[in-house]
Design a protein around this ligand. Structure first.
Ligand SMILES: *Cc1c(COP(=O)(O)O)cnc(C)c1O
Length: 229
């Protein structure tokens, strides 16, 4: 199957899950291009895909042209302090904010650059310790509270990576907990937006859509298997 067919099949599956869930609001597709060459990104763009996700700043720097046009690029991987400045320069949004310290650094660098930057808070909903993301609500709400008075950072919602499991109940309950946290956050902070719920990857995006996902992040099912050698 070529790129156009793979993308179309995923869009059809998104549509199917959305209809099954009785939803009328849009679900966006983010193409996760990590480890794949820029030619693959361009090919996806020619097929109409505009939203892309990458998880390493260095890879973005090496892969994407500086004057990117026609694409929206989000960082979705854990961000180290010493890469914040570059990240703020290079991407349109940081979807993996997992600490108050990181949030503050992003605000500082964004203000220096005079660039408003969209962010999502990453939450660890699976209790798998290898994953990044906020694990306790106290530190999460502390960060939300801080974001409420920031000038350059714009909160758009939440992101999570579901548990690596084919147990539908378990995976969906992790996604449901993100949705529920988003609702409570919106109630507590009516001036911030928690409209975006970024959840669901190649293996589990239909379940995520049934639990309210507004953006699914799909890599393998679009670009094929990754080669980390
Ligand atoms: C790699 C990655 C994805 C895409 O995973 P696939 O299983 O290839 O669809 C989604 N989200 C994050 C944060 C990733 O790092």
């Amino acid at each position: 199957m070529d790129m156009k067919n793979r993308l179309q099949r995923i869009l059809d599956e998104i549509e199917h899950a959305r209809n099954e869930a009785g939803r009328t609001d849009p679900v966006h597709l983010m193409a996760v291009s990590k480890t794949h060459p820029y030619e693959a990104v361009e090919e996806a763009m020619r097929c109409g895909q505009t939203l892309f996700g990458e998880n390493r700043v260095q890879e973005i720097q090496q892969k994407f042209p500086f004057d990117r046009v026609g694409s929206e690029l989000h960082l979705i991987g854990h961000l180290q302090s010493n890469k914040v400045k570059k990240a703020v320069q290079l991407v349109d949004a940081i979807d993996s904010v997992d600490s108050l310290k990181l949030l503050r650094l992003i605000e500082t660098e964004a203000s220096k650059l005079g660039k408003r930057i969209d962010i999502l808070f990453e939450v660890n909903t699976s209790a798998e310790s290898a994953k990044s993301g906020f694990t306790d609500e106290l530190s999460y709400f502390e960060a939300v509270e801080a974001a409420a008075s920031m000038q350059w950072v714009r909160v758009c919602g939440l992101m999570t990576i579901g548990p690596l499991s084919d147990d539908e109940k378990r995976v969906r309950s992790a996604f449901a907990s993100l949705r529920e946290l988003g609702q409570r956050s919106a109630d507590r902070y009516p001036d911030l937006s928690f409209a975006t719920l970024s959840m669901g990857m190649s293996q589990d995006f239909p379940w995520a859509i049934k639990e309210g996902s507004t953006v699914v992040r799909v890599g393998t099912a679009i670009f094929g298997a990754r080669d980390y050698r």
